[in-house]
Write a protein that binds this ligand. Structure first.
Ligand SMILES: Cc1cc2nc3c(=O)[nH]c(=O)nc-3n(C[C@H](O)[C@H](O)[C@H](O)COP(=O)(O)O)c2cc1C
Length: 220
């Protein structure tokens, strides 16, 4: 698969096969992501790969926290509002998802179910958490985004599926305590990773993108 195919055919996977991914494949995926560019080559990324009993225990803890009604406190706050163009695209995604799957993400009961699915990492055999020092600037957050995309593309090139998950960071302090990560780090993203179950309706919806002219202005 060439780079353009890899970028254009990657999609968020929300149902995985149970088969674990061999550790050398996971290592290759993370090692590839290390070649992402970063501000002054600072490489502001720290990675935890969770599998097996520990992954199950973390999922159980997250679901129990949700059920207990504990307030969510991610290190990067969820947006409270969106500018018009971005808001319209989100509304479009929600409408298409509801049409295709019946899942209405504007319904709080469905969002609760979606949180549970996120905390179970969509049945993936592995979960990846990305951290960085909290004192790092917004440029480093940008760098970690590049790293995340490289990781997801490398995984896709190896026949694996991924989904980036802000929701997986909802209980950031608890996740850090569970993983023995100091409070001086910010938890930026969770990523489920494994072999995609493409027969599942959860993976049937392919998102689209705005027309090029909506986002580009050619200046000469
Ligand atoms: C920073 C970020 C956070 C996201 N958080 C979640 C999440 O918590 N749960 C989830 O199912 N998908 C999440 N997504 C996936 C997006 O919904 C998805 O990337 C978007 O709808 C485009 O679809 P695609 O990835 O299939 O191209 C997130 C994506 C990004 C980049």
């Amino acid at each position: 698969m060439d780079a353009i195919d890899c970028i254009k055919t990657r999609m968020s996977i929300r149902k995985f096969k149970a088969d674990p991914v061999p550790q050398d494949v996971l290592r290759q995926v993370v090692e590839t992501a290390q070649w992402s560019p970063s501000y002054k080559n600072s490489q502001p990324w720290e990675v935890v790969v969770l599998s097996g009993a520990k992954k199950k225990a973390l999922s159980k803890m997250l679901v129990e926290l949700l059920e207990s009604g504990k307030e969510m406190c991610p290190d990067i706050a969820a947006p409270e509002s969106w500018p018009e163009a971005e808001g319209a695209r989100i509304a479009d995604l929600f409408r298409k998802r509801k049409e295709a799957t019946g899942i209405d993400l504007s319904d709080p009961a469905i969002v609760y179910k979606a949180k549970v699915a996120n905390f179970n990492f969509y049945a993936a055999p592995h979960a990846i958490y990305l951290f960085q020092e909290e004192s790092l600037s917004q440029w480093s957050l940008f760098d970690l985004g590049l790293f995340a995309q490289s990781l997801m593309l490398a995984a896709h090139a190896k026949g694996l599926g991924t989904v980036p998950q802000a929701f997986a960071t909802d209980y950031a302090a608890d996740v850090k305590r569970f993983l023995d990560i100091p409070d001086s780090k910010r938890l930026v993203l969770g990523i489920s990773i494994g072999y995609p179950d493409m027969d599942s309706p959860a993976n049937a919806l392919r998102t689209d993108r705005s027309g090029l002219d909506e986002i580009v202005r050619w200046v000469e």
